[in-house]
Design a protein around this ligand. Structure first.
Ligand code: DQA
Length: 144
């Protein structure tokens, strides 16, 4: 099973970025946790601050990856392009959206996700552990 884990803008700063909201785990910690918990899964783990790069990576998944776990970060609330990219491959590559924080408890602008409608589901509010839950969810769907 090949899963692409994508991380959007500013998630490279996890650990020191507003730790009361996002936790103290770094992105490298989260990656290690996933690799340790799911040794049977071939995980490709990437982060970009560029919307265009994320869109390109999603568009290249067809025939290469079985599923995507994505934290689109701020692009969640702004990017129709990311939504379209996820939809464009969703017939063969399902996507689970994950957020560290519970965005519904935050500013109103964060309540809406433009990307969630293109995903099979969304997990939020469990900090880094959410990635483990998202991985479980995508594997469960793929083995159904
Ligand atoms: C986030 C929530 C977004 O609103 C924010 O812009 C992020 C991180 C989260 O994981 O909680 O960068 O996606």
């Amino acid at each position: 099973m090949k899963i692409l884990v994508l991380n959007g803008p500013n998630l490279n700063l996890l650990g020191t970025r507003e730790p009361e909201i996002y936790g103290r785990e770094t992105l490298a910690d989260i990656e290690t946790e996933l690799r340790t918990t799911f040794p049977e899964v071939e995980i490709t783990f990437r982060q970009s601050n560029s919307e265009a790069e994320l869109i390109t990576w999603i568009g290249e998944t067809r025939g290469v990856f079985d599923g995507i776990v994505i934290n689109p970060a701020a692009f969640t609330h702004t990017s129709l392009g990311l939504c379209d990219a996820i939809k464009a491959v969703s017939d063969v590559v399902p996507t689970v959206e994950v957020h560290l924080s519970n965005t519904h408890q935050r500013e109103e602008i964060r309540h809406k996700s433009l990307t969630a409608p293109a995903c099979i589901g969304q997990i939020m509010g469990f900090k880094g552990f959410g990635y483990t839950l998202a991985m479980r969810a995508i594997l469960n769907r793929l083995s159904a």
